[in-house]
Unconditional design. Structure first.
Length: 194
């Protein structure tokens, strides 16, 4: 999901930045040009750092800016289909829960929260399981799997669909409960078999 990617490119440093140190002015131009950009090959560029191999500048007649060839590292976010992710619920709606996954939200549709029948409580802003009585609310930490992915040129147009219905997924509290139950069953079975 998160990784460092090295990029080789040419950056335009505007004349207003000529008073700054070269490395500082180049880094500022790169941040402005690249941060929060979605590249279909590498993902969402979150940060630019470690600028190196800066060439002497070239000036193009009539422009006034300097152009520098260089190499720099970027921290990128690129979710993958079927990947397991962790995030925090930042909004509950009648149709599901929005989960913050770094720079973008994923949606867990109400049908993908649990195997239980889910009801929405508008007053409390929660989703509740009918039989399990499990409650999902804003601020809950969850583990989910990416089931649909549509990365567009902007973050607001990009969509990530999530599920929490598979084993080991869901609100972290539910996952721990299931794990504890499984251990108890194992111990009980072992004691009964002796």
């Amino acid at each position: 999901m998160y990784r460092l990617v090295s990029v080789r490119d040419t950056v335009r440093v505007p004349p207003k930045n000529f008073g700054m140190e070269l490395k500082e002015s180049v880094a500022a131009a790169l941040r402005e040009q690249y941060e929060n950009l979605i590249d279909p090959d590498i993902g969402v560029i979150l940060a630019v750092n470690n600028v190196r191999d800066i060439s002497p500048g070239r000036i193009i007649p009539g422009d006034g800016a300097s152009y520098h060839d260089l190499v720099f590292d970027t921290l990128v976010f690129k979710p993958k289909l079927h990947e397991t992710v962790r995030g925090k619920v930042n909004e509950i709606a009648q149709f599901g829960a929005f989960v913050k996954l770094g720079p973008i939200d994923g949606l867990v549709h109400v049908s993908q929260v649990t195997d239980d029948f889910i009801s929405y409580n508008e007053k409390t802003g929660t989703l509740t399981g009918k039989e399990s009585k499990h409650i999902l609310k804003q601020g809950d930490e969850v583990r989910a799997r990416v089931v649909t992915l549509s990365m567009k040129p902007t973050l607001t147009d990009s969509k990530i669909g999530l599920t929490m219905r598979q084993p080991g997924l869901g609100k972290m509290e539910w996952v721990r409960e299931k794990k504890t139950e499984a251990v108890k069953k194992k111990v009980k079975a072992k004691k009964g078999g002796e």
